[in-house]
Design a protein around this ligand. Structure first.
Ligand code: LMR
Length: 406
């Protein structure tokens, strides 16, 4: 009965990782998947994570029991405080643990498919490769809003705002909280205000994907600006959904630590409490039927970091280490391309933020980078700057120079 099942192509991003791993050239460079590497090109276990691990293991009550269905309270509460800061309205916020950011988006998609199945989800053009698939798999309609102008490498603010105005009232707008993936281009605070104003005017629902908090500026609070302004602006209008990943900013990619939050609009305390209870119960049922209860290990580590002031401070310092190394590599790559006289302008590499640079290289140039120079990046021209280091940036600059000239 499965004889007619179609074979699908492999996932583009994970296939890059596979090809990179199989490549035997010693000088190969992985600028594909968004994962932080240290200056030796190695995965980095954050010192704050090592300390938290020691603390968790030293706990006399350490065990591998099930977590509650909605997750570890130390994680969900701590995560809400990190993202919402002074805007955290506990009585109106439902927070549940998720299988990292993708799992949070999946919960969002399931929840929207159940309660708002007719609403269209608008995603930026371009956006993270997995966004559309996650919502479409639940039968939701996905459309896009203009975001990136390839010619000027800048934000298409007018087109973005027009889409908000033209979308059917009550649509869902998926917004990258910071460090936009793939472009590395975020709206300014004033532009965020304009976006939020128009969303509120049309009673749209804001859905923030926060996967890179800390990577845009190195400061976890500054990187939460859009989410915090969003919950403040929408408090009288509609719920705000936040899908939060700790894969990158705690460097626990494979442990799948994340949270899904819904901030309910501010109504009377009686209504707030009733809706809070109802939404919590629905989310608990959804999670129970899908994963029963979330994975515990990473949640305990991140929960320990968020619950302890000195570990939290150590984590903030680790975040500065990661973001400043990426920043330095952006500068080094730009400088080398300028020194080589590589045709084109390269200022955007330092102007963009977060883990990625949307280089502007064509799919053919990307293909040649891989085949001729063993430099791997996404065909869209997105390069994970976290894969650069002092030992390989020269090779990457020369490789880019060669493919741009030929
Ligand atoms: C990326 O965009 O490289 C990361 O978010 C990894 C992934 O799962 O796609």
């Amino acid at each position: 009965i499965f004889n007619g099942v179609d074979t699908l192509p492999p996932d583009a991003l994970f296939d890059i990782k596979k090809r990179y791993t199989q490549d035997t050239r010693a000088h190969k460079v992985d600028l594909g998947i968004g994962a932080y590497r240290d200056n030796n090109g190695q995965p980095w276990v954050l010192p704050s994570v090592r300390r938290a691990e020691e603390k968790v293991h030293a706990d006399k009550g350490y065990n591998h029991e099930y977590l509650p269905i909605t997750g570890l309270p130390a994680l969900t509460g701590g995560a809400a405080r990190v993202i919402f800061g002074p805007e955290y309205a506990e009585d109106r916020t439902v927070s549940v643990q998720s299988i990292s950011g993708t799992g949070a988006l999946h919960i969002a998609a399931k929840f929207l498919a159940k309660f708002l199945p007719e609403r269209t989800i608008y995603v930026s053009d371009p956006t993270w490769a997995n966004h559309k698939a996650i919502f479409q798999l639940q039968g939701l309609n996905v459309a896009s809003y203009p975001y990136w102008d390839a010619a000027s490498k800048s934000l298409l603010l007018d087109g973005f705002l027009d889409s908000i105005d033209l979308a059917e009232e009550g649509s869902v707008f998926l917004l990258h909280a910071c460090a936009h993936n793939p472009t590395g281009l975020d709206p300014t605070p004033e532009q965020w205000d304009a976006v939020l104003e128009r969303l509120a005017a049309r009673n749209h629902l804001a859905l923030f994907d926060s996967a890179y908090q800390g990577f845009a500026t190195g400061d976890l609070d500054r990187d939460a600006l859009a989410v915090r302004r969003g919950v403040r602006r929408m408090a009288s209008v509609s719920p705000v959904i936040v899908c939060q990943s700790f894969a990158k900013n705690v460097g626990m990619y494979g442990e799948r630590v994340g949270c899904f939050h819904i901030v309910l609009p501010d109504q009377s305390s009686e209504v707030n409490s009733r809706v809070h209870g109802a939404v919590s119960s629905q989310l608990a049922k959804l999670i129970r039927s899908e994963v029963s209860n979330p994975p515990a290990y990473g949640a305990k580590i991140v929960g320990a970091i968020l619950a302890d002031k000195s570990l939290t401070a150590a984590w903030h310092a680790d975040m500065v280490t990661m973001s400043s190394r990426i920043h330095a590599m952006r500068a080094a790559l730009r400088e080398k391309l300028v020194a080589l006289g590589t045709p084109g302008t390269w200022d955007h590499i330092v102007e963009q933020c977060g883990m990625f640079s949307f280089t502007g290289l064509s799919p053919e140039m990307v293909r040649r980078l891989e085949t001729q120079h063993a430099v791997y990046l996404v065909s869209s021209g997105r390069a994970s700057i976290a894969g650069l280091n002092e030992g390989n940036v020269d090779h990457v600059a020369r490789a880019i120079d060669e493919v741009v000239r030929h």
